[in-house]
Design a binder for this molecule. Structure first.
Ligand SMILES: *Cc1c(COP(=O)(O)O)cnc(C)c1O
Length: 435
């Protein structure tokens, strides 16, 4: 189904005047009130996606714990929503852990990932009583065993394995193949050595295994193949004392960025993963581990819409028409980093027919600062507000102060109300750390 609905948040509407609204708030009003660029997050979409993951997985596999991958975007207000919805959290840095802590998030439901956690980060995590550390290297196994011992604790861990399965996504977002900085490779024998070392570590308790293939993954088959492979691998260590209490196939669930994309549904992913777990566990006589799933993009991505205002327009006859907006690669690096594509909607002219093909450029001093190439729009004029849907994940969380542009505010909308959950940075904020 080639429809804009594929990319818009659940509550979004385009009325008979062609006005886009999100959460019952007109996009042009939000742009006026909060300035542009601004990121609008639809609370209904966030909660609906959380509930869909919880219900679809638990329907097939009771006891599944959904962990929100914070790196897609987190702040304290959102952490409280995820807690209300019964999710746990994945964090990948001391900073994300600090947000969880500031929000009063139950730390026993926080899992700490990353290929090179620093000694200070591991010390903080252990001291605060983090639920699990997902160990990614031999260096970390030694370091964490020592840190836990010094703290007089036994730290629960998972071991991250790399199953050597290609999920057919962008090379920069592929993580579970042999040539990856992440995880212990099963093929090279590292994973085997890591499990033995973990089982023998006095201050670590190995609770299970984790893998994460990459993102976004539009196919089900990589999840099935990797789940089967890792469970078979785990079964080989039963005699050596590996009790697979927990198993995580990571995140990476895809969303539609453009109207023609049709990712599998949450139910499809759940069916594929759970179906494989059930058949493989049964075949091997393996008792069923607790399932963890770690969606990030698929929860926050569809909820976000970025609003920009059009400024300069440069028409190069026979070549290209550049329509420049007041944001760009500083708030959304994805097109420049991995050729990501987006839809662009004229927020106040949503029902006018497209009259021209334009390229939406940002305001940053890089020729690669393009948000969307060769898209169709109703005649673009300076002052128009444009909306880029599916912007909730990996846009604000990767934002920078390049060119010393302040990072945009985040506004949560619901039922006709908007709530600022992060204000726009000021120039003073950007100089706060300069000494
Ligand atoms: C990034 C990441 C995720 C989430 O990926 P999404 O594509 O946002 O769902 C889950 N688990 C781990 C370990 C990750 O690094």
């Amino acid at each position: 189904m080639m429809s804009l609905e594929n990319v818009l948040p659940d509550s979004a509407e385009i009325d008979s005047q062609g006005q886009l609204s999100i959460g019952g708030c007109l996009a042009v009003d939000l742009a006026e009130e909060h300035g542009t660029p601004v990121y609008v997050l639809d609370e209904a979409t966030i909660r609906n996606r959380c509930r869909e993951f919880v219900s679809e997985f638990n329907r097939l596999y009771p006891g599944t714990q959904v962990l929100y991958a914070s790196k897609a975007y987190i702040n304290p207000a959102l952490a409280r929503i995820f807690n209300e919805e019964g999710l746990g959290l994945d964090v990948v840095s001391g900073g994300e852990l600090a947000v969880a802590q500031a929000a009063g998030f139950p730390l026993e439901k926080v899992y700490f990932h990353g290929n090179n956690k620093t000694p200070a980060e591991l010390e903080e995590a252990v001291a605060q009583g983090i639920g699990r550390v997902v160990v990614d290297s031999f260096h970390e196994l030694d370091l964490l065993n020592r840190i836990a011992g010094e703290a007089g604790k036994v730290q629960d861990i998972l071991v991250r394995v790399s199953p050597g399965i290609d999920p057919h996504t962008h090379a920069y977002t592929t993580t579970g193949i042999i040539d990856s900085k992440f995880g212990f490779s099963i093929q090279t024998g590292d994973a085997e050595r890591a499990i033995r070392q973990a089982l023998g570590a006095a201050n670590l308790k190995l609770r299970g295994l984790h893998f994460h293939l990459g993102s976004p993954i539009f196919e089900l088959e990589p999840y099935e193949a990797a789940t089967d492979l890792v469970l078979r691998f785990a079964a080989g260590f039963r005699e050596e004392g590996l009790d697979l209490e927990e198993f995580s196939p990571g995140g990476g669930f895809a969303i539609a960025y453009t109207r023609d994309q049709e990712p599998p549904s949450v139910a499809d992913y759940a069916g594929a993963i759970v179906g494989t777990m059930e058949s493989t566990c049964e075949e091997l006589g393996l008792s069923r581990p607790k399932l963890l799933v770690e969606p990030g993009r698929s929860i926050i991505g569809p909820a976000g819409v970025a609003l920009y205002r059009i400024g300069a327009i440069k028409d190069i006859p026979g070549v290209r028409k550049y329509v420049s907006v007041d944001g760009g690669m500083g708030d959304n690096i994805r097109p420049a980093l991995y050729q990501a594509s987006y839809e662009v909607i004229s927020a106040g002219k949503g029902n006018a027919s497209a009259t021209e093909t334009v390229t939406i450029a940002g305001k940053y001093c890089e020729s690669g600062d393009v948000l969307a190439s060769d898209i169709s729009l109703p005649t673009a004029e300076p002052g128009d507000v444009i909306a880029i849907p599916a912007s909730g994940a990996y846009c604000p969380s990767m934002a920078s102060n390049y060119n010393l542009n302040p990072r945009p505010p985040m506004v949560l909308v619901n039922d006709g109300h908007s709530r600022l959950i992060r204000r726009r940075e000021s120039y003073a904020d950007m100089m706060l750390c300069d000494v």
